[in-house]
Design a binder for this molecule. Structure first.
Ligand code: ZN
Length: 391
């Protein structure tokens, strides 16, 4: 490649990067003036002016006069045109699927949760998802042109580039070409991601934008993590870094879906709570997680004991993560947040007891604020950032 080609490729990359950071600043801080945008993004006045002109021309940004007057003429303020385009965010969980439509400001427009009835037949499951999506599109009276893209978060290992879910142990799904399945039906850009990574992106983007070293531990039927190092999501060579649910904490422990024995998630996930209750209650009727949580909250002593035990087991894995990575912030998310009041003390007790004090002193432990919506927020964020570069 000759020098001028390299130069022009670089300038295209810079243009895209500037455009998306200007858009992001308007989304997060708008209404905002052009002058403020130059300070926040570090772009020159000319660059801001050019990109804003494009964003307005394409209808993504609108001018408003809501600005605070500082004596003279009111500065023109810029804000996102929320209804210019919409995004679908879909989170496939182990027993249910969330389908959320967001507007451009990443506000929830519509939301639907459907149970996974045909676990052994994923195509049938996706057809149910499409029905829900079609209903939403119709209700909002949208055309496919009004949609920026579809983000899909899954509880398993993925090939992000090919858009394939390689293995979801808790669903029993292998080699599902998710991007292709959605593309064949809607022809829209698709981004596939692991749910814990999507949730980490959502939580950091919305709640902790300034924290650079953070681990998000998503505890549902299994456990997955999203790791931010120096402000960047760490994916590792395979793209699947963060599978701390499968660190082995008991080599003689029960068999895990992954083929090993005694993985952390066997002892510290929501499945552990369900299975442990089944075992201790000597009953043949398997209660759902929801039922167990409710009984626990109503004061069932046996269940509260299981919550406490789970908290301790969660703590054991967190000790390993904190000792290994020494993050500034560790956020616990996923369905387990529902019983945070029962597990928090046990987690902290275990960390104080076993984590290296230098690492423990420097980490803050929080529960997810976005809760069960963290992953869908993260996917909407990814779709917007990816698509806005190409307008
Ligand atoms: Zn495992």
């Amino acid at each position: 490649m000759n020098k001028s080609k390299v130069m022009s490729r670089n300038s295209i990359v810079i243009r895209k990067w500037n455009l998306s950071s200007i858009f992001k600043a308007i989304r997060k801080q708008g209404p905002i003036s052009r002058i403020e945008l130059t300070t926040i993004t570090g772009c020159s006045a000319g660059t801001v002016s050019n990109h804003v002109r494009t964003l307005i021309k394409k209808g993504f940004v609108i001018e408003t006069k809501k600005g605070i007057s500082s004596g003279g003429r009111k500065p023109v303020q810029l804000m996102i045109n929320p209804n210019k385009a919409y995004i679908f965010s879909i989170e496939i969980e182990v027993n249910q699927i969330k389908i959320v439509m967001f507007d451009l400001e990443i506000k929830v427009v519509m939301k639907s949760v459907i149970p996974i009835i045909y676990k052994d037949n994923y195509m049938k499951t996706f057809k149910q998802v499409f029905l829900e999506m079609d209903k939403m599109i119709e209700e909002k009276n949208l055309k496919l042109d009004n949609l920026l893209g579809i983000g899909v978060a899954v509880p398993g290992l993925i090939d992000k580039v090919k858009g394939i879910l390689e293995f979801a142990p808790n669903l029993g799904w292998k080699n599902v070409h998710i991007s292709k399945i959605f593309k064949d039906s809607y022809g829209l850009p698709i981004i596939l991601n692991n749910e814990a990574k999507a949730a980490a992106i959502g939580e950091r983007g919305s709640i902790y934008p300034k924290i650079n070293n953070m681990v998000f531990v998503s505890i549902n039927e299994g456990i997955g993590c999203g790791i931010f190092i120096n402000g960047k999501l760490y994916r590792g060579a395979s793209g699947n870094a963060g599978e701390f649910g499968h660190i082995i904490i008991d080599t003689n422990g029960p068999l895990c879906h992954c083929g090993n024995r005694g993985c952390w998630e066997i002892f510290a996930s929501e499945s552990y709570i369900v299975n442990r209750y089944l075992k201790l209650s000597n009953s043949n009727k398997k209660l759902t997680k929801k039922e167990i949580y409710q009984l626990g909250k109503n004061g069932d002593k046996k269940i509260i004991e299981i919550f406490i035990e789970t908290g301790r087991n969660i703590g054991i894995g967190l000790v390993n993560i904190i000792n290994g990575l020494s993050p500034e912030l560790l956020v616990i998310g996923g369905g387990i947040v529902e019983i945070k009041d029962y597990i928090y003390d046990e987690i902290i007790k275990k960390l104080k007891e076993s984590a290296l004090s230098v690492s423990y002193r420097n980490v803050e432990i929080k529960f997810s604020e976005l809760g069960s919506l963290a992953a869908v927020y993260g996917m909407a964020d990814l779709i917007i950032n990816e698509r806005i570069k190409f307008i």
